[in-house]
Design a protein around this ligand. Structure first.
Ligand SMILES: O=P(O)(O)OC[C@H]1O[C@](O)(COP(=O)(O)O)[C@@H](O)[C@@H]1O
Length: 330
C-alpha cells in the first residue's frame, strides 16, 4: 500500500478521513486570521486558497460539484475543477468558509466544511436558495415532512421523542421570509433559536443530542443543504429539501445541472447518496466545535470527521506548529 491506496486501488479509508481533516484545518486556520476584522471577502478568499492548496496532498481524483461557483466566476474550487493527486474518482462538496459574515463579526459557528462521496452521489445544486427541514437520528422514517405545517411537524416530532412540543427547540435563520413559520412554531408552543447565519452548523446540530437543537427549518443556500445532508447521513438524521427558484434562469440552470423535476421534494439521499465522508473545522467557536485558537507560532484547531458507512464520529484536536512549516498552513 502506498500514498493512501490499497492494492485494489481503493483509497485507504482510514488514511483518507484524516487527510480530509487536514484540508478543513488549513481553510479554518487561514480564515481565522480574519476573525472579527470586518472583511468577509478576505476571510473567504484566504479559506478558499488554503483549502485549494491542501487538496494537492490528497490521494483522490476529485471533482468539485459543490464549490465556489462557476469556472468564470471563481478562480479556485469552482464547479468542475479537478483536485487531488490522483486516486479513485470522487465528488467533492466544499464550503471553505461557511459563515463569512460570522467570521467577519467574530460570531459563533463559522466552519470550514468538506464532504466527499464516490462520483455521482451529490446533488449538483446551483447556488440558489433551498427550503430545508432536518431532524436528528433515532426517529421513525418520515416523522417530519417539508410539505406539512410546522405545527404538525413539531407535534409529530415531540410524540416520537416522548416529549412535549414546549420541550423542543426549533432553529432557523432570522430572516423576514421565516416570520410566518416562526409565528406558527411559537403558536404550537416550541422554543425558537434564531441565528444570523450558518445553517450548516444548525442542521448538523439536530443530529448532535447535546446541542439542544431538535429541528432545523427554513430557507438557506442550496450548496449548504447538500453539505448538511452529507453530515446528517453520517449522524443518522433525516432531512428533506426543495430548491427555491426566483426566476426562469435559475430553473433552467437547475435543469442543466441535474436530472428530474427541479422543483421536486428532495430526500436526504437525493442530496447525498452512498458512502459519504464529512469533515468540518471550527473557525469561530460554537456548541459543536471550538474555534481556532492562535498563539505566537502555532494554533489549535478542533474538527469533526465522520463517515456514513460506519457512522463513526471523530473529534480531532490538532496542535499546529508554524515554526515547522510542512504545507504552508497558518
Ligand atoms: O443570508 P441569506 O441570503 O439568507 O443566505 C443564507 C445562507 O447564508 C449563510 O448564512 C452564510 O453563507 P456565507 O458563508 O456564504 O456568508 C448560510 O449558512 C446560509 O445557507
Amino acid at each position: 500500500m502506498s500514498g493512501g491506496m490499497t492494492e485494489r486501488g481503493e483509497v485507504s479509508d482510514r488514511n483518507l478521513a484524516l487527510e480530509l481533516v487536514r484540508v478543513t484545518e488549513a481553510a479554518a486556520l487561514a480564515a481565522s486570521r480574519w476573525m472579527g476584522r470586518g472583511r468577509k471577502n478576505e476571510a473567504d478568499g484566504a479559506a478558499v486558497e488554503a483549502m485549494r492548496r491542501a487538496f494537492d496532498y490528497i490521494p483522490i481524483d476529485g471533482t468539485v460539484v459543490i464549490g465556489e461557483g462557476e469556472m468564470d466566476e471563481a478562480p479556485m474550487l469552482y464547479i468542475g475543477e479537478r483536485v487531488g493527486i490522483g486516486g479513485p474518482r470522487m465528488d467533492i462538496a466544499v464550503d471553505p468558509l461557511e459563515g463569512t459574515t460570522l467570521t467577519a463579526k467574530g460570531g459563533p459557528n463559522a466552519l470550514a466544511v468538506l464532504a466527499l462521496a464516490e462520483a455521482g452521489n451529490f446533488l449538483h445544486a446551483p447556488d440558489i436558495y433551498m427550503d430545508k427541514i432536518a431532524v436528528g437520528g433515532g426517529l421513525p422514517d418520515g416523522v417530519v415532512d417539508i410539505d406539512a405545517p410546522v405545527g404538525e411537524n413539531l407535534r409529530n416530532l415531540a410524540r416520537a421523542r416522548g416529549r412535549d412540543v414546549s420541550d423542543l427547540v426549533l432553529c432557523t435563520l432570522e430572516r423576514p421570509r421565516h416570520a410566518e413559520m416562526v409565528a406558527h412554531a411559537r403558536e404550537a408552543g416550541a422554543r425558537i433559536m434564531l441565528i444570523s447565519d450558518g445553517d450548516v452548523a444548525a442542521a448538523i446540530a439536530t443530529g448532535l443530542p447535546e446541542s439542544g437543537v431538535d429541528i432545523f427549518v427554513g430557507i438557506g443556500g442550496a450548496p449548504e443543504g447538500v453539505l448538511a445532508a452529507a453530515a446528517l447521513r453520517c449522524l443518522g438524521g433525516q432531512m428533506q429539501a426543495r430548491l427555491q427558484f426566483e426566476n426562469e434562469e435559475q430553473i433552467a440552470r437547475a435543469r442543466a445541472m441535474s436530472e428530474g423535476d427541479p422543483a421536486r421534494k428532495l430526500g436526504i439521499t437525493d442530496l447525498a447518496r452512498g458512502d459519504v465522508m464529512f469533515a468540518a473545522t471550527g473557525v469561530t467557536g460554537g456548541p459543536m466545535l471550538r474555534g481556532v485558537r492562535r498563539f505566537t507560532a502555532g494554533a489549535v484547531t478542533h474538527s469533526m470527521v465522520m463517515r456514513s458507512k460506519s457512522g463513526t464520529v471523530r473529534y480531532v484536536e490538532a496542535h499546529h506548529n508554524f515554526s515547522v512549516k510542512t504545507w504552508g498552513v497558518g
